[in-house]
Design a protein around this ligand. Structure first.
Ligand SMILES: Nc1ncnc2c1ncn2[C@@H]1O[C@H](COP(=O)(O)OP(=O)(O)OP(=O)(O)O)[C@@H](O)[C@H]1O
Ligand SMILES: [Mg+2]
Length: 263
């Protein structure tokens, strides 16, 4: 891993490992940048995170999954239900002391939250510094928000994490479960890219999942909603077809592919 200075030129896309998603992202996630993947519980964040790391592992990169929400055991069970092999992927499980039910770690002093947030972030930074990963999944920011007890401290912590990851050139997915209201919007300006996952449950018929790339700096995004499914093997995205993206030259004229298909 090389050190990095922030410039948009070096933020070249790397594959997300999720079939169909690279098309929406115009090549993939930006190398050396932090991205936010947000969605309600059960929307597929962990699954996408695992696919991203498996893709990196297969390409010979160092990959780290930092989990503050699910235990290592729960994570392995999600992976095995999909048939994922996590060999070679480092999993750093850290249940912050304040969120733990272990009596030895329970908060005893009224004002010790400062220390516990600081301790949690420091342990994460130490692990990242030790492993120097190429790809990182941070699951999730919701725990940092809980520990921060305030918008300003929360934003400062996320900025500190982002700057730290940027220094080390890691490509990062920060997961968030959208429980923060206004805080969630503040996060959008901090991250290089923002991907939102949604799950719709109509009155009739089966549930429908869709995603939207809210932003990706320096890229003309394929906006709007794109459907996706979660099944054994993980997430598959079905990018919406845009006629202007599928044009062919014919007799000096450019025709949209949709017109060609009519014949
Ligand atoms: N083998 C499978 N086949 C089909 N769907 C699955 C399979 N395994 C998990 N799922 C679906 O994936 C969803 C969970 O995805 P995931 O754990 O990635 O969500 P998440 O956004 O990380 O949730 P949370 O915020 O609770 O951590 C579940 O709702 C489940 O319906
Ligand atoms: Mg999850």
């Amino acid at each position: 891993m090389q050190t990095n200075i922030e410039s948009e030129a070096d933020a070249i896309p790397i594959s997300s490992g999720v079939p169909g998603l690279d098309h929406v992202l115009r090549g993939g996630f930006a190398r050396g940048r932090s991205h936010l993947v947000e969605g309600r519980p059960g929307s597929g964040k962990t699954t996408i995170g695992l696919q991203f790391l498996i893709d990196g592992r297969d390409a010979g990169e160092r990959c780290l999954y930092i989990t503050l929400s699910e235990s290592k055991r729960e994570l392995r069970s999600v992976a095995s239900r999909h048939g994922f092999d996590l060999t070679g992927i480092e999993i750093f499980e850290l249940i912050p002391p304040e969120l733990s039910l272990d009596p030895r770690h329970r908060q005893t002093l009224v004002h010790s939250s400062d220390l516990e947030l600081g301790e949690t972030v420091e342990m994460v930074l130490a692990e990242v510094d030790r492993l120097k990963p190429d790809r990182v999944v941070f699951d999730s920011l919701s725990e940092i928000r809980l520990l921060s007890q305030g918008t300003l401290r929360y934003r400062r912590q996320v900025l500190a994490l982002k700057s730290f990851f940027l220094l080390g050139s890691s490509t990062v997915l920060m997961l968030d479960d959208l429980t923060g209201g206004q805080d969630d919007l503040n996060l959008h300006s901090v991250c290089h890219g923002v991907l939102r996952l949604e799950q719709l449950v109509p009155i009739y018929g089966g549930e429908r999942r869709r995603l939207r790339l809210i932003k990706m700096r320096g890229v003309e995004i394929r906006g709007g909603y794109h459907d996706f499914v979660i099944r054994h093997g993980g997430v598959t995205v079905f990018p919406r077809l845009v006629a202007a993206d599928h044009s062919v030259e014919e007799g000096g004229m450019t025709l949209a592919a949709t017109r060609i298909w009519m014949f």
